[in-house]
Design a protein around this ligand. Structure first.
Ligand code: BES
Ligand code: MN
Ligand code: ZN
Length: 500
């Protein structure tokens, strides 16, 4: 979608969006049009249940006395404490409303609303950003769609008295949206298109933004001793890869140690020899969402030239059963030196992350590590699709993450960890086993497993199994791949780790 910002001269034709406060109170531009049309907007409101609640919309087709195709009323709710993300949601709400009436372009009058703390330029930029995020659609394989099934909206012009500052504020937001879209694309692609080698190849596109990209093949990983990661991939004809993305946006900062993000990239998870049931197995194409988020995040940070040094590490494998696949009871050697008894080949994500996490802290000595993974079905049982589970060995990092998640509406719920859970993954045959006892506390025992590979580094694990994919539309996230984590971690970096 093409976004532009212009001075607040109301157009006379086409599609115009104007704001209405809760209680049917017209904002300035709406009041002007209502007057010019002899009350057409107010009569339209009174003929419906539209009351100006936030994110409500009402389309008034061809209002009498005006030359517009339609005027869309956008409910602003009570604008008093309007936050950036709430303004983004307003922009998001516009997209389906404009598509529903077949508008290909629209102008949005962003008036100054008394009582809002947001600067007008920021409000305009966030409205545009929200619309952008919602406009995403993965339709490249839908070759026989009829025109009337396709979305129409391609162009949005934001009218504001602060066009220049809005443009400035929108720059970085546009880069974050590009990162989000990259993640959504990678996660949406089917597993015959995105597999370890091809996903690794995709990361190369970050080089033009100044990110150094290194791709390790199986031989190099063997040399590093990554027996756990390699073991997961050994039943697949597609060889594994490890990708290291290195972005140095703050080379002279006094705190040069990078921050680090690590992602689980299982490009398809059949479960391996501990095979999953057929029902729902197709969902395991998005078992690389953690890696997808890390890749999109690196794109966002580099794209907006964030003043931070950031490392992204993704472990890419396909978990398949074949004559060479690992067996339940195999024992593998991890890079850390610890041995793992693999009792269930479907608990593979933690094996991939064990080597990726160890490698990352060993090589980069980061300030912190945050890993993302669609790690356990148990986190979906616990938290559903609203919150992602957070596990951490560091209270400061955990509270910063929680605050960032709240701000961008990618919320995290911190889960407990501890010695008693850790005992569950002691193995009789090796140093650690890859599952706990039965299903008890399945997400926590998975986190305990990861913690054995982070050394003393401040660390958090985000279990995004319930939030990486959505079956319903939300204001900023159309159904499908959500890219949950990109906006959150960008916000974390922006709030605490830039330019020092
Ligand atoms: N990728 C799955 C977890 C998952 C489940 C993600 C549902 C998204 C939706 C993971 O590799 C897995 O299979 N976990 C097992 C662990 C168990 C064998 C200890 C699980 O959750 O059942
Ligand atoms: Mn699995
Ligand atoms: Zn998995």
């Amino acid at each position: 979608m093409k976004i532009s910002f212009a001075d607040p001269k109301l157009p006379k034709s086409g599609t115009l969006v104007v704001g209405v406060l809760e209680g049917r109170k017209l904002a300035a531009s709406a009041a002007v049009l209502d007057k010019e049309s002899n009350g057409a907007l107010v009569s339209a409101m009174t003929a419906t249940r539209f009351s100006g609640k936030k994110e409500e919309t009402l389309t008034v087709p061809a209002p009498r006395g005006l030359f517009f195709d339609r005027v869309v009323l956008l409910g602003l709710g009570k604008p008093a404490g309007l936050t950036p993300v709430q303004v983004q949601r307003l922009g998001g709400a516009l997209v389906p409303a404009l598509n529903a009436v077949g508008a290909s372009s629209a102008s949005v009058a962003v008036d100054k609303i008394p009582g809002t703390r947001l600067a007008p330029g920021d409000a305009a930029a966030n409205l545009a950003y929200g619309a952008m995020l919602r406009s995403y659609r993965f339709d490249k394989y839908r070759t026989r769609e009829k025109p009337e099934q396709k979305p129409t909206l391609t162009e949005l012009t934001i009218l504001t008295a602060s066009a220049a500052s809005a443009r400035r504020a929108y720059g970085p937001l546009e880069s974050i949206a590009a990162g989000v879209f990259f993640t959504r694309d990678l996660v949406s692609e089917p597993p015959n298109i995105i597999f370890p080698e091809s996903l690794a190849r995709e990361t190369k596109s970050l080089e033009k933004l100044g990110v150094k990209v290194e791709i390790f093949d199986e031989k190099q990983m063997k040399k590093l001793g990554m027996g756990a990661l390699i073991g997961v991939g050994q039943g697949s004809s597609r060889p594994p890869r490890l990708v290291v993305m290195d972005y140095r946006g703050n080379p002279r900062g006094k705190d040069k140690a990078p921050v680090a993000f690590i992602g689980k990239g299982v490009t398809f998870d059949t479960g391996g020899i501990s095979l999953k049931p057929a029902q729902g197995m197709e969902e395991m194409k998005w078992d690389m969402a953690g890696a997808g988020v890390v890749i999109g995040l690196m794109k966002a940070l580099a794209g907006r030239k964030a003043k931070v040094n950031a490392i992204g590490v993704v472990g890419l494998v396909e978990n398949m059963p074949d004559g060479n696949a690992q067996r339940p009871s195999d024992i593998v050697h991890t890079m850390s030196g610890q041995t793992v008894e693999v009792l269930n080949t479907d608990a593979e994500g933690r094996l991939v992350l064990a080597d990726a996490l160890w490698y990352c802290q060993d090589r980069f000595k980061p300030q912190f590590m945050v890993n993302l993974a669609t790690l356990t079905g148990a986190i979906v049982v616990a938290l559903g699709h609203e919150y992602a589970g957070m596990f951490s060995n560091n209270d400061q990092l955990a509270s910063r993450l929680a605050a960032a998640g709240k701000a961008v509406e990618e919320p995290l719920w911190r889960m407990p960890m501890g010695e008693a859970y850790d005992r569950q993954i002691d193995s009789d045959a090796a140093d650690v086993k890859n599952i706990g006892n039965g299903r008890d506390a399945g997400s926590i025992t998975a986190a305990q497993f990861l913690q054995r590979f982070v050394n003393d580094v401040p660390w958090a694990h985000l279990d995004i199994a319930g939030t990486a994919w959505s079956k319903k539309d939300a204001p900023l996230v159309p159904k499908g791949a959500t890219a949950f984590g990109v906006r959150l971690l960008d916000q974390l970096v922006e709030s605490h780790y830039e330019g020092r």
